[in-house]
Design a protein around this ligand. Structure first.
Ligand SMILES: Cc1cc2nc3c(=O)[nH]c(=O)nc-3n(C[C@H](O)[C@H](O)[C@H](O)COP(=O)(O)OP(=O)(O)OC[C@H]3O[C@@H](n4cnc5c(N)ncnc54)[C@H](O)[C@@H]3O)c2cc1C
Length: 447
């Protein structure tokens, strides 16, 4: 084996990104150790128990257009099991629930006049055709939408939707955000008669991650869970030293940190001031994501967008409108996400209060439900989920290769012209690989 082939690599963060990097490096003959702080791999995509049901902690679907993820699932021998289902979309506005699943329903949608509807449809079509996206990074998203859809549609539809996902941070977010969101939404409807097709693997991400974990072990990756990293720096004897929070340390020839950018900055104190400023300058949205197991179905829409500001969550995701209810013991699985800035006080609200507020709103929106229909309720809180595409974002991104030889930082903030999803995450790992493997001294390139 050549010296480069036996090189030792440490990957910090065992989410899908870290797992994919670990797999590809091991397949190149590297000696790879994957360090994950949680007791299991998978990060944001991991599963948990909700009553008797084991399913994703955060709602996940696969799109027909997710070709890179589907290729990985093929390697895991799971792609052929994907269930493709035609789903419907709901819209909750002015205290009423509307179906917005096809063009006819859109034309009937009462809250907007015909002209506003035409401009809204025109905006979506226009955005879906944009290929040269870079200039969108210079325009605030609300300004761009107003130009395309007009003031009325922005006030009635876009602004409530932007506020729901971004809070007041919509003001610093560029038009690239809505472009990537529309592009993904449009990709879901690209096939057939513009019907929305979503997919899932029976068993959900628990099954995918279990298979992925086994493949890593087969490729001789040393997967260490329950091992939070505390500090990463150059080792005196060369290479990179990783100090573990629970004591002990390890030395690697190369280390890739895949955690969110502000965490990476904390973990690597000897980065230059400029590198730290770039990492901490990335603005994130976090999430409080509730899972509810119900005896009854809600309304049969996979996603229901909400524009009414009294509702304490951003959307309603009825997973059991997509996934066969037999996977949930004949019950319905619903997610109630609330996107928040990392310092939002809502993160500190007690479980009891969140449960009371969220269920009160859910029962008001769906009067056929009551407390006795609720079988289980669980809350996930994550402060760093989504790096916001702020104005001029890609010009301020840190390089993947740092000033410390052998230390690399690659994370979902490097997804510059796509939304956060597993397909983009796997693609990022594949894209980063040649750069990570480039000979030392080759300058880092901003993706
Ligand atoms: C609510 C929600 C809905 C989503 N819906 C979809 C969807 O429908 N379809 C889709 O394709 N994608 C979806 N995604 C996105 C998908 O989950 C992400 O693209 C993917 O999981 C990101 O993986 P990652 O490895 O980059 O990040 P993460 O999963 O955040 O991985 C980072 C890992 O680093 C670990 N870590 C942090 N600090 C340390 C430390 N000090 N030491 C060691 N380890 C550490 C964390 O525990 C974590 O496991 C959704 C995400 C969310 C939150």
């Amino acid at each position: 084996m050549s010296p480069a082939a036996s090189e030792s690599w440490g990957i910090v963060g065992g989410g899908v990104l870290g797992m994919t990097l670990a797999l590809r490096l091991a397949q190149q003959g590297k000696k790879v150790t994957l360090l994950e702080s949680a007791p299991h791999v998978g990060g944001l995509a991991s599963a948990w128990s909700l009553g008797d049901v084991v399913w994703d902690r955060h709602y996940h679907v696969t799109l027909l257009s997710d070709t890179v993820l589907r290729a990985l699932l093929r390697e895991l021998d799971l792609e052929r099991e994907i269930q493709w289902v035609q789903t419907r979309t709901g819209f909750y506005t002015d205290g009423k629930l509307y179906s917005m699943s096809n063009a006819i329903e859109f034309l009937r949608f009462p809250p907007l006049g015909l002209l506003s509807k035409a401009r809204l449809a025109g905006t979506i079509l226009y955005a879906s055709r944009i290929r040269d996206w870079k200039y969108l990074e210079q325009i605030p998203v609300a300004e761009w939408l107003e130009r395309c859809s007009g003031k009325k549609t922005v006030a009635k539809i876009w602004l409530p939707l932007l506020r729901a996902k971004l809070g007041e941070n919509y003001k610093i977010t560029s038009a690239a955000f809505i472009w990537t969101t529309i592009a993904r939404m449009y990709a879901a409807r690209r096939t057939g008669l513009k019907k929305e097709m979503f997919g899932y693997v029976p068993g959900g991400y628990a099954r995918i991650l279990e298979r992925f974990y086994r493949m890593l072990v087969q490729e001789n990756v040393d997967v260490r869970v329950g091992q939070p990293t505390a500090r990463i720096e150059a080792a005196d004897e060369g290479g990179i030293r990783v100090t573990l929070a629970q004591g002990g340390e390890a030395r690697f020839d190369q280390v890739v940190v895949t955690t969110a950018a502000p965490i990476a900055a904390q973990l690597c104190p000897s980065l230059s001031a400029e590198e730290k400023a770039r990492l901490t300058g990335i603005q994130y949205q976090g999430i409080l994501c509730v899972s509810v197991l119900l005896k009854k179905p809600l309304a049969g829409y996979y996603v229901t967008n909400i524009t009414d500001s009294w509702v304490p969550f951003t959307a309603v995701i009825e997973m059991s409108a997509l996934v066969d209810r037999r996977h949930f013991g004949g019950n319905s699985l619903v997610y109630l996400p609330k996107y928040l800035t990392p310092d939002d006080a809502t993160f500190s609200i007690s479980d009891e209060e969140i449960q009371r507020k969220f269920l009160d709103a859910l029962f008001r929106m769906y009067p056929h439900l009551s407390a006795e229909d609720v079988l289980a309720f669980r809350i996930s809180r994550v402060r760093y989920v989504l790096a916001l595409p702020t104005l001029g974002y890609s010009d301020r991104l840190p390089s993947m290769t740092t000033s410390i030889p052998g230390l690399h930082i690659v994370n979902s903030a490097h997804i510059v012209n796509g939304t956060l999803n597993v397909n983009e995450t796997v693609q990022l790992a594949e894209r980063a690989l040649p750069q990570l493997l480039a000979p030392a001294g080759q300058p880092g390139v901003v993706v």
